[in-house]
Design a protein around this ligand. Structure first.
Ligand code: ADP
Ligand code: MG
Ligand code: ZN
Length: 498
């Protein structure tokens, strides 16, 4: 019998707010331990939480971006359990009345069921909760840092629609790209801003029933999720093929050994004793409030990609670059709107500008590091402070199209305008890069080349057409690269045939 995998993901994302969820403490990564704390986030008796409105907005905004319904009633519940990094002994979360529910995410992925050529993963809910502190274990003691306690955390739960490790990986990348571009979260994995629980089961192909769910807890890298899922799917299939029965359980992924290990089975599952928090009012968003949140909806990355392909006839690869780099995409669009040849503009931006930017910034970072400047303070070159105006790219494209300069001269012009900000036409004049289309001058170069290269001439006359290229190269050399290559070809052929 053949088996297939069924995967559902629960993804926790820290929201991009200035302050924490229930108090005014800074929501900031990297501070000295226990410096962003107050009686509220330390869970002192008698304190009262005040919800962070921006966190409420960002959760609903996520709902809009993930095609969710926004219920007109939501509330916060206490999820009771004890753990040293959680001073209140309960976590505030949304249990049965989340702020958003029933949405979906679509993305390009080969190999999954799709109607419009896209893969779809349904979103069960995206709800708001709070993060807990962090414990660090040393040899003989443990340390607790409550800076993270009470940071707004959103949990996004999918339906069990994912069918492979690779698809889980694609979903997670799509989700975080949307959240990042939507201004919901910086999604910085290195700072632990995204964590993920992976639920996996297997079942005979064709069966509608779900197998026993096995949850891998607290993954903090997407490549880790992919590896863990690959391992776990294979392990489960081998298990059931041996005729054994899987039981619902929780496992831990060990990134070093590359295996999952049992943590607990369902028998010792927690009873969280959820109940509505008596200190917090339920949420009943008004039309006006919802409209103001909706006005912050940005274009989804995939929609943007498809639009760029449609509006500017860009190939998928180019549109993909502008999809993942919004600033670069905006820069492109501003220029592309003004030309009949957007593909040429895209080429300059992707092939030349990006490379130059990286090169300049690596140089700058090295220089400033040598001068002892802290890496965080290094001023990098961005699209906003380039030396040349965006319109200069149009001018450059125009010069190439009009055959006023050759493509190799255009490279020189670009390098110069990047460094100095001078206009392309000025550079062409100053450096004498104008392409020679004066037939008289080219005829002279051709005569010289023919006279000096009897062998290729003889080869060409004997029917070796390729010999023309060698002569062409000689003419280009004589003209210092400025002769119009098409004209050179025509004139050479005419002279050799006569
Ligand atoms: P719990 O209440 O234990 O958290 P849920 O039913 O809320 O479980 O599901 C949690 C996550 O697990 C969801 O993403 C869901 O899609 C996924 N899931 C549920 N059952 C299965 C299953 N049998 N196989 C794979 N994933 C599952
Ligand atoms: Mg769970
Ligand atoms: Zn606080």
């Amino acid at each position: 019998m053949e088996y297939e995998a069924v995967i559902g993901l629960e993804t926790h994302v820290q929201l991009k707010t200035k302050s924490k969820m229930w108090c005014g403490c800074a929501n900031q990564y990297g501070s000295e331990p226990n410096t962003n704390v107050c009686p509220v986030c330390l869970g002192m008796p008698g304190v009262l939480p005040v919800p962070n409105e921006e966190a409420l907005r960002l959760t609903v905004l996520t709902g809009y971006l993930l095609n969710c319904e926004i219920p007109r009633f939501a509330k916060f519940d206490r999820k009771s359990y004890f753990y040293p990094d959680m001073p209140k002994n309960y976590q505030l979360t949304q249990y049965d009345k989340p702020s958003t529910a029933n949405g979906f995410v679509e993305f390009e992925f080969n190999g999954a069921v799709s109607n419009n050529g896209l893969s779809r993963v349904r979103i069960t809910r995206a709800h708001l909760e709070e993060d807990v502190g962090k414990s660090t274990h040393f040899e003989r003691h443990s340390g607790l840092d409550f800076n993270r306690a009470g940071v707004p955390l959103m949990e996004i739960v999918t339906e069990p629609d994912i069918t492979s490790a690779e698809m889980a990986y694609a979903y997670l990348n799509t989700l975080t790209e949307i959240l990042h571009q939507g201004g919901i979260s910086d999604c910085d994995m290195e700072k632990g801003m995204v964590r993920c629980d992976v639920n996996i089961s297997v079942r005979p192909v064709g069966s509608k029933e779900l197998g026993a769910k096995i949850e891998i807890k607290n993954m903090n890298s997407f490549s880790g999720v992919r590896r863990a899922a690959e391992y776990e799917i294979a392990r489960q299939i081998e298990f059931v093929k041996r005729g054994e029965k899987l039981v619902q359980s929780t496992r831990r992924w060990d990134d070093v050994t590359g295996i999952t290990e049992l943590m607990r089975t369902k028998e010792d599952a927690h009873d969280y004793r959820y109940f509505p928090d008596p200190d917090l009012m339920p949420l009943a968003p008004t039309d006006q409030w919802l409209a103001s949140v909706k006005s912050r909806v940005v274009e989804l990355p995939l929609v943007r990609k498809q639009r760029l392909m449609g509006d500017y006839a860009l190939p998928a690869g180019d549109a993909e670059v502008f999809k993942s780099n919004v600033e670069l995409g905006n820069y492109f669009e501003n220029i592309a709107k003004q030309t009949k040849n957007p593909k040429a503009v895209a080429n300059w931006i992707i092939n030349n500008l990006l490379a130059k930017l990286t090169e300049a910034n690596v140089k700058e970072a090295t220089n400033q590091a040598a001068m002892g400047v802290d890496s965080a303070d290094v001023k990098l070159l961005t699209l906003a402070n380039l030396k040349f105006q965006p319109e200069a790219l149009l001018e450059l494209v125009g010069l190439v199209e009009a055959k006023a300069i050759s493509s190799s001269a255009a490279q020189q012009v670009f390098a110069e305008m990047f460094d100095t900000g001078k206009a392309p036409t000025t550079i062409v004049q100053e450096k004498g890069l104008a392409q020679v289309s004066d037939t008289g001058a080219i005829e002279k170069f051709c005569d010289e080349a023919i006279a000096a290269n009897p062998n290729p001439v003889a080869d060409y006359k004997a029917g070796k057409v390729a010999a023309l290229n060698s002569l062409k190269g000689q003419v280009m050399k004589l003209s210092k690269g400025k002769a119009n290559p098409a004209l050179v070809g025509e004139i050479l052929e005419r002279k050799l045939k006569s």
